[in-house]
Design a protein around this ligand. Sequence first.
Ligand SMILES: [Zn+2]
Ligand SMILES: [Zn+2]
Ligand SMILES: [Zn+2]
Length: 516
Amino acid sequence: MAWRAERFLYPRTCAGSGKNILSIVAPDSSYQVFSNEYWYSDQWDGLNYGRDYNPEQPFFEQYYKMAVAVPRLYAFAFQNINSEYSNGSQQNKDCYLLFVSDRNEDCYYVYGIFACKDTMDCLNMDKSELCYECIDSFDCYHCLYGWGLRNCRDVYFCYDCSGCSDCFMCSNLRSRQYCWHNEQLSAEEYQKRLAGYDLGSRRVLVGLETEFRRLAQRAIHQYAYLVKCTDCTGDLLKNCKRSLNCYESYDLIDCYNLQVGVDSKWCRDCYVAVDQCELCYDCVSVVNSYNCHFCIATWHNRDCYYCDTCVSCHDCFGCTGLKHKSFCLLNKQYSETEYRQLREKAISQMQKAGEWGQFFPAQYSPFAYNETIACDLYPLTKEEVLKRGWRWQDNLPGTFGKETVKEVADNIKDITEQIIKEVLVCQNCQKNYKIIPQELALYHKQGLPVPDSCFNCRHLKRWQSRNPRKLWTRQCDCRETKHEHQERCSNRFETPYPSTKLEKVYCEECYQKEIY
Ligand SMILES: [Zn+2]
Ligand SMILES: [Zn+2]
Ligand SMILES: [Zn+2]
């Protein structure tokens, strides 16, 4: 994961065309970058950087010496319109600071969202519109501060609700309307109470958010979110079969230790394996690839080992930046017979050196640890990172001390167009940030206050609200006397809710009996 940078964009120039671009590769890294157009063009060839393999030297060292000379793809953003501030993105239109998200329109400050519109500050959403501060929610319209919502509308501060509309501070509800703290109200009473809150005030929202977090903790928790899954463990899985310890994935078959997988089978130990990957092992960011091992960012590849950013290649070993190539080793072209012999030689040398079967060492990553998804999932301090011999980025993109206003007005009513011209300062990390016109229009439209912290702090707060991607064995916490079990249900399960946490975590049976 230390080889997957996602959310930090640096201004750079394409080493081929000279065009200004925003790149995930920092200007102070050893790598040059190419824009999409240049990288995919015939104006350069990765084979020109090829080297002879030397069996006397450690393989990773030779690979690194070669790879560092090969310009990298600037980011992973394809077919977007007017959405330069993004990465891991495809087919988005008019979006800003959008990451790992596809097919959205007018969405800002989001991560892991698909087919959404007018949505801001959300994490892991699907087919939703006008949502704000929602996490792991699908098919929603105008929901604010929701976790685990499905098919909801005008729902505020709700946890694990489905098919609901006009509900406030509720949890575990199904197909309800006008509920307030899980109490049924009349439409009039509901509207009256709602009108009593000024959601345009940041102070009010922050207070409600704190209350909501307490409510979410007290709610009943399904041991894991597994929908239409058979014989699976993990969390946030849909339509998966026989997949263990997998997270945030759908349509998996026989996968193990996989995060962010889509329509893949027989894959193991991968982070992002999508669009019909098969037999991939120990890979990161692989798309439609077959039988690839220890690879990074490969599309439509098969039978590759230790390759980084290669497209439509087969039978390559220790290569980077290649397109439509085969039988290459360290970016050098061989005949099929030569390749197979050399490959065997390299593997046996790597086995002796203890390199074979290991992923590329993190110190050779083009990214500093704190630029990558590894740091989001497994945070380490700068000292811990340096002690391991990995890199740390002291100058993440952004400025400090350039603010033109110290504090943003609490209420949206007091915010004018002027704020677009100002430079603001994050109350959490002191980094500068700005408000863009489209964003301000949405705050006005929805009557929401302007945030007083930067996107990175807002994103990390949401990110850290979720369970870790790890499983604990727990016993069902249900003590409902009306259920057909002992004083406490004896069912045990694998759950991402840490056993040290006090939430009520229920087995499937008890959860279904209580909620539906
Ligand atoms: Zn901040
Ligand atoms: Zn139970
Ligand atoms: Zn029970």
